[in-house]
Design a binder for this molecule. Sequence first.
Ligand SMILES: [Zn+2]
Length: 489
Amino acid sequence: MRKLWKRLKENTASRGDPADRNGADGSILRLTYLVVAVFAAMIVYEGWFLAVRREDTINNSYNARLDSFAERVVRGRLEASDGTALAETIVGGDGGEVRRYPYGSLFAHAVGYSTMGRTGLEDLAQFYLLSSHVNLIEHTLRELMGEKNMGDTVVTTLDPVLQQTASDALGDRRGAVVALEPDTGKVLAMVSKPGFDPNTIAENWDSLVSPDNTSGQLLNRATQGLYPPGSTFKTVILLEYIREHPDDYDAFQFDCDGYYEEGEYTIQCYHGAAHGVQNLKQAFANSCNGAFAYLGSRLDPAKLADTARQLLFNSDMPVALPYTGSSYAMEADAQLWERLQTSIGQGRTQITPLHNALLAAAVANGGTLMKPFFIDHIENAGGDRIRDFRPSSYGSLMTAEEAAILTDMMTEVVANGTASAVKSELYTAAAKTGSAEFESGRDTHAWMIGFAPAEAPRLAVSVIVEEGGSGGSAAAPIARKIFDAYFSR
Ligand SMILES: [Zn+2]
């Protein structure tokens, strides 16, 4: 290309030549060079497109080229980790295609839909579903006969037993559940309620998107629902306290009478219950608001903001599905009321259930966050494996030592604290509950984050029940059912 460019320049430089003959030759030469250059540019572009841009272009909903892929390929299957179909295309005798979701609403938000726009895995896996790796002879023959080839099968990480367990446990209540493997990042379950049936999305579209419909059925609460973290945020406060008091955090002591007063403000423990004298571990296990308001409001606000950022607040998250970013809004010069509120997970801090699951997973995995992922591998329509997705690390959110201290404290929450509902003989769980206030006069959102077994974690969960009451009584029993289902097989 550089040589061509140089010759083009030389040629252009000779334009002032008075000899007509030379001028005519020059024009022909210029034209030739131009054709060659355009042709070379096309080859370079096509190669670049195939190598780099093809995936983006297929994945871009607004690109007309997408239709040309769908005209040549029957959209492939999405499968659960056990091989059952999450989504499949049925081709009728007249060649008409219908996308079916055998599990109905069970995987609605995780799998998504592909008819009224695209969401969930139907969107994330678009490139693979519309690529076909059937063998070359079959592929060519079908193309010659004008028939479509079968798209590849996308085998997900989603586990139907855990998904069903989580969905049944949440029941008719609004909320979300996420379950993932902390050491790999494989997402095994993702439930959001209320849901919808992707099989009838087109018929029900108008009512789903109607302004009168305030239930937010289409919203994936797991990735896009923002909630006050409530006392699950004490995990963050605890980490920052340990960082600021590495040598004497064990010596912390607080005498709780159910109400903590400072300045003109009063912070109440749950239902005004007096916890008595608490050390740090007890204050965390019993979720003592007074102790945490006291110790949290004395933390360095700038350092606390740094720790929150490290834990992915106000940051991009390594999540392939669309998500809403969690926010930590307390400024360094915040007044006492906001510092007290932030210390117990109220105030302006907001988090998604998925983010809270990732925090539990990072603690479980020795401080290192594995990137959550949903696609395990790709097969062609004949079942031959053609691509594997491997676990990958996002990086470390805290040191291994810090993670070990948090694990110890979270284990106490289950053994002698608010998460006794997940105490089991099958496994030792570690957890933190939360009962997050969001509007006065309404019941609190119930939270639990946790993992098990505490000594060698294999499963991390995050549960929220909107207006469920206390985390210990509404969210922990749901987590319990998921752990039981996982560890009893
Ligand atoms: Zn208390």
